[in-house]
Design a protein around this ligand. Structure first.
Ligand code: PDD
Length: 285
Protein backbone atom coordinates (compact mmCIF):
# COMPACT_ATOMS: atom_id res chain seq x y z
CA UNK A 1 0.00 0.00 0.00
CA UNK A 2 1.23 3.46 -0.82
CA UNK A 3 0.10 5.57 2.11
CA UNK A 4 -0.01 8.80 0.14
CA UNK A 5 -2.60 7.52 -2.30
CA UNK A 6 -5.83 9.45 -2.86
CA UNK A 7 -8.97 7.31 -3.00
CA UNK A 8 -12.44 8.26 -4.24
CA UNK A 9 -15.34 7.39 -1.91
CA UNK A 10 -18.89 8.58 -2.53
CA UNK A 11 -18.09 12.03 -3.87
CA UNK A 12 -14.89 12.67 -1.91
CA UNK A 13 -11.20 12.41 -2.72
CA UNK A 14 -9.51 11.27 0.48
CA UNK A 15 -6.11 10.05 1.68
CA UNK A 16 -6.44 6.26 1.66
CA UNK A 17 -6.23 6.02 5.46
CA UNK A 18 -9.36 8.23 5.68
CA UNK A 19 -11.25 6.44 2.89
CA UNK A 20 -13.90 4.35 4.63
CA UNK A 21 -17.13 2.45 4.01
CA UNK A 22 -19.82 1.50 6.54
CA UNK A 23 -19.85 -2.00 8.07
CA UNK A 24 -23.50 -2.07 6.91
CA UNK A 25 -22.51 -1.65 3.28
CA UNK A 26 -23.89 -4.62 1.32
CA UNK A 27 -20.63 -4.95 -0.54
CA UNK A 28 -19.02 -5.85 2.77
CA UNK A 29 -21.88 -7.94 4.20
CA UNK A 30 -23.08 -9.78 1.08
CA UNK A 31 -20.66 -9.20 -1.79
CA UNK A 32 -23.62 -7.27 -3.23
CA UNK A 33 -21.35 -5.27 -5.48
CA UNK A 34 -19.88 -5.15 -8.96
CA UNK A 35 -16.52 -3.91 -10.18
CA UNK A 36 -14.36 -3.02 -13.15
CA UNK A 37 -10.61 -2.80 -13.66
CA UNK A 38 -9.07 -0.68 -16.41
CA UNK A 39 -5.44 -0.35 -17.39
CA UNK A 40 -3.71 3.02 -17.51
CA UNK A 41 -0.83 3.68 -19.88
CA UNK A 42 0.78 7.13 -20.27
CA UNK A 43 -1.91 8.42 -17.91
CA UNK A 44 -4.70 7.31 -20.29
CA UNK A 45 -7.52 4.82 -19.74
CA UNK A 46 -7.70 1.81 -22.05
CA UNK A 47 -11.05 0.51 -23.35
CA UNK A 48 -13.08 2.87 -21.13
CA UNK A 49 -16.28 2.51 -23.19
CA UNK A 50 -16.20 -1.30 -23.10
CA UNK A 51 -15.70 -1.39 -19.35
CA UNK A 52 -18.45 1.12 -18.59
CA UNK A 53 -20.86 -0.69 -20.93
CA UNK A 54 -20.20 -3.93 -19.07
CA UNK A 55 -20.59 -2.11 -15.73
CA UNK A 56 -24.04 -0.90 -16.82
CA UNK A 57 -24.95 -4.46 -17.78
CA UNK A 58 -23.73 -5.89 -14.44
CA UNK A 59 -25.76 -3.22 -12.59
CA UNK A 60 -28.88 -3.91 -14.62
CA UNK A 61 -28.66 -7.71 -14.17
CA UNK A 62 -28.68 -7.12 -10.39
CA UNK A 63 -31.31 -4.32 -10.43
CA UNK A 64 -28.71 -2.06 -8.89
CA UNK A 65 -28.83 1.70 -9.37
CA UNK A 66 -26.03 3.46 -11.21
CA UNK A 67 -24.08 5.73 -8.83
CA UNK A 68 -23.68 8.45 -11.48
CA UNK A 69 -23.46 9.00 -15.23
CA UNK A 70 -20.70 7.56 -17.42
CA UNK A 71 -19.41 11.11 -18.06
CA UNK A 72 -19.07 11.62 -14.32
CA UNK A 73 -17.28 8.26 -14.03
CA UNK A 74 -14.80 9.42 -16.67
CA UNK A 75 -14.22 12.66 -14.76
CA UNK A 76 -13.58 10.72 -11.54
CA UNK A 77 -11.12 8.38 -13.32
CA UNK A 78 -9.23 11.34 -14.76
CA UNK A 79 -9.18 13.27 -11.48
CA UNK A 80 -7.90 10.22 -9.62
CA UNK A 81 -5.19 9.58 -12.22
CA UNK A 82 -4.15 13.24 -11.91
CA UNK A 83 -4.19 13.39 -8.11
CA UNK A 84 -2.11 10.20 -7.88
CA UNK A 85 0.29 11.10 -10.72
CA UNK A 86 -0.51 7.73 -12.23
CA UNK A 87 1.24 7.13 -15.54
CA UNK A 88 1.06 3.33 -15.66
CA UNK A 89 -1.06 0.87 -13.72
CA UNK A 90 -4.76 0.38 -13.15
CA UNK A 91 -7.94 1.96 -11.83
CA UNK A 92 -10.23 -0.23 -9.72
CA UNK A 93 -13.90 0.78 -9.54
CA UNK A 94 -16.55 -0.76 -7.31
CA UNK A 95 -20.27 -0.07 -7.01
CA UNK A 96 -22.21 -1.61 -4.13
CA UNK A 97 -25.95 -1.62 -3.63
CA UNK A 98 -25.46 0.64 -0.62
CA UNK A 99 -25.88 0.76 3.11
CA UNK A 100 -28.83 -0.88 4.88
CA UNK A 101 -29.67 -3.12 7.81
CA UNK A 102 -28.83 -6.73 6.97
CA UNK A 103 -31.63 -8.35 4.98
CA UNK A 104 -31.52 -10.66 1.96
CA UNK A 105 -34.09 -8.60 0.06
CA UNK A 106 -32.69 -5.62 -1.85
CA UNK A 107 -33.13 -2.37 0.09
CA UNK A 108 -34.07 0.82 -1.78
CA UNK A 109 -30.97 2.86 -0.97
CA UNK A 110 -28.33 4.85 -2.83
CA UNK A 111 -25.36 2.88 -4.19
CA UNK A 112 -21.81 3.31 -2.87
CA UNK A 113 -19.01 4.15 -5.30
CA UNK A 114 -15.31 3.59 -4.63
CA UNK A 115 -12.36 4.02 -6.98
CA UNK A 116 -8.64 3.70 -6.36
CA UNK A 117 -5.47 3.53 -8.42
CA UNK A 118 -2.65 1.02 -8.36
CA UNK A 119 0.72 1.85 -9.92
CA UNK A 120 2.06 -1.16 -11.84
CA UNK A 121 4.25 -2.02 -14.82
CA UNK A 122 1.55 -3.43 -17.05
CA UNK A 123 3.40 -3.05 -20.36
CA UNK A 124 6.74 -4.63 -19.48
CA UNK A 125 5.40 -7.36 -17.22
CA UNK A 126 7.79 -10.32 -16.76
CA UNK A 127 5.01 -12.78 -17.66
CA UNK A 128 4.84 -11.39 -21.21
CA UNK A 129 8.44 -12.45 -21.80
CA UNK A 130 8.61 -15.72 -19.86
CA UNK A 131 5.03 -16.93 -20.25
CA UNK A 132 2.96 -18.39 -17.44
CA UNK A 133 2.47 -21.86 -16.01
CA UNK A 134 -1.08 -22.84 -15.12
CA UNK A 135 -2.75 -25.70 -13.31
CA UNK A 136 -6.33 -26.85 -13.84
CA UNK A 137 -8.83 -26.98 -10.97
CA UNK A 138 -12.59 -27.52 -10.74
CA UNK A 139 -14.67 -24.40 -11.36
CA UNK A 140 -16.56 -24.06 -8.07
CA UNK A 141 -17.97 -20.56 -8.77
CA UNK A 142 -21.64 -19.61 -8.94
CA UNK A 143 -23.69 -19.74 -12.16
CA UNK A 144 -23.70 -16.04 -13.14
CA UNK A 145 -20.07 -15.46 -14.04
CA UNK A 146 -21.21 -13.05 -16.76
CA UNK A 147 -21.89 -10.52 -13.98
CA UNK A 148 -18.66 -9.00 -12.66
CA UNK A 149 -19.35 -9.27 -8.93
CA UNK A 150 -16.83 -8.95 -6.10
CA UNK A 151 -17.42 -12.55 -4.94
CA UNK A 152 -13.79 -13.46 -5.52
CA UNK A 153 -13.07 -16.18 -2.97
CA UNK A 154 -13.16 -19.06 -5.48
CA UNK A 155 -10.63 -17.35 -7.80
CA UNK A 156 -8.50 -16.42 -4.77
CA UNK A 157 -8.46 -20.08 -3.70
CA UNK A 158 -7.51 -20.96 -7.27
CA UNK A 159 -4.58 -18.54 -7.27
CA UNK A 160 -3.39 -20.00 -3.97
CA UNK A 161 -3.61 -23.55 -5.34
CA UNK A 162 -1.57 -22.42 -8.36
CA UNK A 163 1.01 -20.79 -6.10
CA UNK A 164 1.26 -23.92 -3.95
CA UNK A 165 1.94 -25.90 -7.14
CA UNK A 166 4.69 -23.47 -8.17
CA UNK A 167 2.54 -22.01 -10.96
CA UNK A 168 1.23 -18.57 -11.91
CA UNK A 169 -2.49 -19.16 -12.32
CA UNK A 170 -5.28 -21.71 -12.62
CA UNK A 171 -7.66 -22.60 -15.44
CA UNK A 172 -11.11 -23.57 -14.25
CA UNK A 173 -12.78 -26.72 -15.52
CA UNK A 174 -16.51 -27.51 -15.51
CA UNK A 175 -18.10 -30.66 -16.96
CA UNK A 176 -14.76 -31.53 -18.57
CA UNK A 177 -14.27 -28.19 -20.34
CA UNK A 178 -12.24 -25.08 -19.52
CA UNK A 179 -14.42 -22.12 -18.63
CA UNK A 180 -11.75 -19.41 -18.10
CA UNK A 181 -8.79 -18.47 -15.90
CA UNK A 182 -9.24 -17.23 -12.32
CA UNK A 183 -9.20 -13.60 -13.54
CA UNK A 184 -8.82 -13.85 -17.31
CA UNK A 185 -10.22 -15.51 -20.42
CA UNK A 186 -8.46 -18.62 -21.75
CA UNK A 187 -7.41 -19.46 -25.32
CA UNK A 188 -5.51 -22.09 -27.28
CA UNK A 189 -4.07 -22.05 -30.80
CA UNK A 190 -4.49 -25.25 -32.81
CA UNK A 191 -1.88 -26.85 -35.08
CA UNK A 192 -3.67 -25.14 -38.01
CA UNK A 193 -3.28 -21.75 -36.34
CA UNK A 194 -6.93 -21.35 -35.32
CA UNK A 195 -7.65 -19.53 -32.05
CA UNK A 196 -10.09 -21.41 -29.83
CA UNK A 197 -11.78 -19.75 -26.86
CA UNK A 198 -14.93 -20.56 -24.94
CA UNK A 199 -18.15 -19.09 -26.32
CA UNK A 200 -19.87 -16.40 -24.25
CA UNK A 201 -22.65 -17.33 -21.83
CA UNK A 202 -23.38 -17.28 -18.12
CA UNK A 203 -20.39 -19.63 -17.56
CA UNK A 204 -17.73 -16.95 -18.19
CA UNK A 205 -17.14 -13.23 -18.01
CA UNK A 206 -17.38 -11.46 -21.37
CA UNK A 207 -13.87 -10.00 -21.28
CA UNK A 208 -13.46 -6.54 -22.74
CA UNK A 209 -9.93 -7.53 -23.75
CA UNK A 210 -11.37 -10.74 -25.26
CA UNK A 211 -13.67 -8.77 -27.55
CA UNK A 212 -10.83 -6.53 -28.73
CA UNK A 213 -8.31 -9.34 -29.21
CA UNK A 214 -10.79 -11.45 -31.20
CA UNK A 215 -11.53 -8.43 -33.39
CA UNK A 216 -7.81 -7.77 -34.04
CA UNK A 217 -7.18 -11.49 -34.67
CA UNK A 218 -9.95 -11.61 -37.23
CA UNK A 219 -8.64 -8.44 -38.90
CA UNK A 220 -5.24 -10.18 -39.10
CA UNK A 221 -6.98 -13.07 -40.98
CA UNK A 222 -6.54 -15.48 -38.06
CA UNK A 223 -9.34 -18.06 -37.82
CA UNK A 224 -11.39 -18.08 -34.61
CA UNK A 225 -13.57 -20.80 -33.08
CA UNK A 226 -15.69 -19.86 -30.07
CA UNK A 227 -16.35 -23.20 -28.37
CA UNK A 228 -15.42 -25.08 -25.20
CA UNK A 229 -12.11 -27.01 -25.15
CA UNK A 230 -10.62 -29.56 -22.76
CA UNK A 231 -7.35 -29.51 -20.82
CA UNK A 232 -6.15 -32.42 -23.01
CA UNK A 233 -6.77 -30.39 -26.18
CA UNK A 234 -4.99 -27.41 -24.59
CA UNK A 235 -1.97 -29.52 -23.61
CA UNK A 236 -1.66 -30.72 -27.22
CA UNK A 237 -2.14 -27.21 -28.66
CA UNK A 238 0.51 -25.17 -30.46
CA UNK A 239 0.03 -22.18 -28.14
CA UNK A 240 -2.04 -21.08 -25.19
CA UNK A 241 -2.68 -17.65 -23.72
CA UNK A 242 -4.99 -15.57 -21.53
CA UNK A 243 -6.42 -12.07 -21.83
CA UNK A 244 -7.48 -9.49 -19.25
CA UNK A 245 -7.50 -5.72 -18.83
CA UNK A 246 -4.26 -5.80 -16.84
CA UNK A 247 -2.49 -8.78 -18.50
CA UNK A 248 -3.47 -7.78 -22.07
CA UNK A 249 -2.36 -10.99 -23.82
CA UNK A 250 -0.46 -13.28 -21.43
CA UNK A 251 1.24 -16.30 -22.97
CA UNK A 252 0.80 -19.70 -21.27
CA UNK A 253 3.70 -22.16 -21.68
CA UNK A 254 2.70 -25.02 -19.38
CA UNK A 255 -0.61 -26.62 -18.30
CA UNK A 256 -0.65 -29.19 -15.48
CA UNK A 257 3.05 -29.86 -16.02
CA UNK A 258 2.73 -30.41 -19.79
CA UNK A 259 4.75 -28.07 -21.98
CA UNK A 260 2.73 -26.20 -24.64
CA UNK A 261 4.32 -26.24 -28.09
CA UNK A 262 8.06 -25.76 -27.70
CA UNK A 263 7.59 -24.38 -24.17
CA UNK A 264 8.31 -20.82 -25.29
CA UNK A 265 6.07 -17.79 -25.77
CA UNK A 266 4.04 -18.45 -28.94
CA UNK A 267 4.18 -16.29 -32.08
CA UNK A 268 0.45 -15.62 -32.22
CA UNK A 269 0.28 -14.65 -28.54
CA UNK A 270 3.27 -12.32 -28.94
CA UNK A 271 1.84 -10.73 -32.07
CA UNK A 272 -1.64 -10.29 -30.58
CA UNK A 273 -0.13 -8.64 -27.49
CA UNK A 274 1.73 -6.15 -29.70
CA UNK A 275 -1.35 -5.42 -31.81
CA UNK A 276 -3.56 -5.09 -28.72
CA UNK A 277 -1.21 -2.59 -27.07
CA UNK A 278 -0.75 -0.57 -30.25
CA UNK A 279 -4.46 -0.45 -31.12
CA UNK A 280 -5.85 0.15 -27.63
CA UNK A 281 -3.44 3.04 -27.07
CA UNK A 282 -5.02 4.69 -30.12
CA UNK A 283 -8.45 4.70 -28.43
CA UNK A 284 -7.17 5.37 -24.87
CA UNK A 285 -8.76 8.47 -23.32
N1 PDD B 1 -10.42 -9.67 -14.15
N2 PDD B 1 -12.67 -13.56 -16.53
C1 PDD B 1 -12.64 -13.25 -15.23
C2 PDD B 1 -13.20 -14.22 -14.25
C3 PDD B 1 -12.10 -12.02 -14.81
O1 PDD B 1 -12.08 -11.70 -13.51
C4 PDD B 1 -11.58 -11.12 -15.78
C5 PDD B 1 -11.01 -9.78 -15.42
C6 PDD B 1 -11.62 -11.51 -17.13
C7 PDD B 1 -11.10 -10.64 -18.24
O2 PDD B 1 -11.96 -9.53 -18.48
P1 PDD B 1 -11.38 -8.14 -19.03
O3 PDD B 1 -10.66 -8.46 -20.29
O4 PDD B 1 -12.58 -7.32 -19.26
O5 PDD B 1 -10.46 -7.61 -17.95
C8 PDD B 1 -12.18 -12.73 -17.47
C9 PDD B 1 -9.94 -8.40 -13.67
C10 PDD B 1 -8.82 -7.85 -14.50
C11 PDD B 1 -9.58 -8.51 -12.21
O6 PDD B 1 -10.36 -9.15 -11.51
O7 PDD B 1 -8.58 -7.97 -11.76
Amino acid sequence: MSMSRIVYVNGEYLPETDAKISVFDRGFLMADAVYEVTSIIDGKILAFDGHTERLERSLSELDMKAPCSIDELLDIHRELIKRNNLTEGLVYLQVTRGIADRDFAYPDVEPSLVLFTQAKNVVNSPIAKTGMKVISIPDIRWGRRDIKTVQLLAPSMGKMAAKAAGCDDAWLVEDGFVTEGTSNNAYIVTAEGTIVTRNLGTEILAGITRAAVLRYASEAQIKIEERPFTIEEAQAAKEAFVTSATTFVGPVIEIDGAQIGDGKVGDIARRLREIYLEESLKTAI
